[in-house]
Design a protein around this ligand. Sequence first.
Ligand code: GDP
Length: 286
Amino acid sequence: MTIQWFPGHMTRARREIQEKLKLIDIAIELLDARVPLSSRNPMVDEILQGKPRLILLNKADLADARTTEQWRTYFADLGYASLAIDASTGNRVAEIPLKVKELLHEKIARQINKGMIPRAVRGLIVGIPNVGKSTLINRLAGRNIAATGDRPGVTKGQQWIKVGTEMELLDTPGILWPKFEDQLVGYKLAMTGAIREQVLNVEDVAFFAIKELAGRYWDALAERFGLTEPPRDLEDNNELVRVMEDIGRKRGCLMSGGRVDLEKASGIILRELRAGNLGRITLESP
Ligand code: GDP
């Protein structure tokens, strides 16, 4: 479900998160490891108002592992702790409460020094649609809680979910909008499946994907689709369309007269890319 982000929705989403910030100790910012910049809300620093923060590079199973580590270093240099996780399989999700406690150790130590029994640390998951917020909440809760595709303004009664004994999580995530005023960002989010095709033309998105992949990931493309002829010039649109046609021919996407059905080929390219069938691919480097 694609949220239409009109200015009113942004204001409301922002206000909802800021209300929730009053209740929590730490914000857990979820990004897509394949597109850490494009999946980041442009105003996140302002919105989170200096709350302690843990960055999670989610869907790391689909991303290039080496680049993911470069991103972690990049965020560390900015002063943010991060973890690379797969919410859907649960890989490294168990490290989240440990990391959160580590980040809040001073606050916890202060409570102990005052003779208090430290209460569970409270967190809020925030991120743009489709980045895996609900999947992660369910994973951390160990059961199905969050309805996927939540929208800003549609809040149910908020509850705390226990994650082990020392952490609690708000059951509704903070939903942020992407940086969509930049067209490249829109295409990258469409490639990864965060924006559905109703918004962008499927052939345009697949063309953009081929353009992005033909340089850095030609071997993966060639292997998956049995291609033998790389584009001679990545800036030559005709050459890129020729690659799309080659893929269409290999997959039997033909119309009468033997012309390649580019729309069908485009659907195949995007489906297999998003499913990870081309291997682990990251579209942005620090
Ligand atoms: P939300 O809109 O942020 O709540 O995102 P969802 O939790 O609904 O997830 C969006 C899609 O991403 C779903 O199809 C999930 O199965 C998928 N997804 C979430 N986390 C991961 C992950 O770590 N790896 C992969 N491959 N898919 C994931």
